[in-house]
Design a protein around this ligand. Structure first.
Ligand code: C5P
Length: 307
């Protein structure tokens, strides 16, 4: 007679939680020969998350998306990243992804880049590749300009087209009202309009000194006066209501406001969590959706195994 023996549960898959990003400063320089713009930007991961599950599959790559109408097609950065790591690492296994979106899409919050970063790290685990961080960062840069930052998260200055990172100190927690619009903006379209509006500004690293000092000191009042985004002008031309949305955050009591990335999401900086909730209550009507979220947080975190 055989007694039933509890078998150890085999890890079935991997579950990653990945954070959105915000740009506290986004200075846009010259357009390069490859079509990208030289940037000088300060990025922080913000506590808005997507969840990516990945399970082993017999062959090929599959993706299901929940929580938004985002297409699960070949252009989805989860699949772009998966193809990139499979090709570079010579992996011949398959994988099946399930993406639950919590980060608004085409919002300037790096949601697609976050998903690409999560896919790279999740497959590195699932396929037990143990790739060195530099190799993962190089693959991430192939997937998109913000993907290397989303791998690590935290607080960084980025240069080049956004892929060259230098971690910088940040103290404490900053609280934001994140005002999302109903319809997204296409990054490429915003950069195109930016080019039409005049010559690029020279990028001067010392232009970030005040912002970096405020971050290091954890001082929201000082940080508020240093928030800047060169793409606002172009985004406001494409979507005139955005200027009003930014002003509304200030009128509602935010100590500073700035657009994130190529927009249309607006960020209102607040003194603390309670203040952020008060501002959110006063400002909600101009936005499709308003959230309160803090910075910085880590980029990708692995949670329980996906089943
Ligand atoms: O790198 P990523 O695919 O996220 O960039 C999307 C688009 O944004 C690019 O095709 C380009 O038009 C624009 N872009 C840019 N300069 C950058 C980053 C992005 O012009 N530094």
């Amino acid at each position: 007679m055989s007694a039933s023996v509890a078998r150890p549960r085999r890890p079935l898959g991997v579950r990653a939680r990945v954070a959105a990003k915000v740009n506290l400063a986004l200075l846009v320089g010259a357009r390069r020969a490859d079509g990208y713009h030289e940037l000088l930007t300060v990025l922080q991961s913000v506590a808005l998350f997507d969840q990516l599950d990945v399970l082993p599959a017999p062959g090929g790559l599959g993706l299901e998306v929940e929580g938004t109408a985002l297409p699960a097609d070949e252009g989805n950065l989860v699949l772009v990243a998966a193809r990139e790591i499979a090709r570079k690492a010579g992996a011949d296994q398959g994988a099946r992804f399930r993406l639950r979106k919590g980060i608004p899409v085409a919002a300037g919050l790096g949601g697609g880049s976050a998903d690409g970063a999560a896919a790279l790290l999740a497959l590195d685990r699932l396929w037990n590749l143990r790739l060195p961080p530099e190799e993962l960062a190089a693959m991430a840069a192939e997937v998109g300009s913000d993907v290397p930052f989303c791998l690590t998260g935290g607080t960084s200055v980025a240069t080049g087209r956004g892929e060259q990172l230098r971690e910088v100190p940040a103290s404490g927690t900053f609280w934001w009202v994140v005002g999302a619009a109903r319809e997204g903006l296409t990054t490429a379209a915003v950069y195109r309009r930016h080019d039409e509006l005049g010559p690029a500004r020279p990028l001067v690293a010392s232009g970030l000194d005040g912002l970096l000092a405020a971050l290091a000191d954890g001082d929201p009042e000082r940080l508020a006066g240093t928030l800047v985004n060169d793409l606002e002008r172009a985004a406001f031309r494409l979507r005139p209501g955005l200027a009003l949305a930014k002003q509304r955050l200030v009128d509602a009591g935010a100590i500073g406001a700035v657009m994130s990335g190529s927009g249309p999401t607006m960020l209102g900086l607040c003194a603390d969590r309670d203040h952020a909730h008060r501002v959110a209550k006063r400002a909600w009507s101009v936005f499709h959706r308003v959230r309160v979220a803090h910075t910085p947080v880590p980029g990708v975190i692995f949670e329980t195994e996906a089943t």
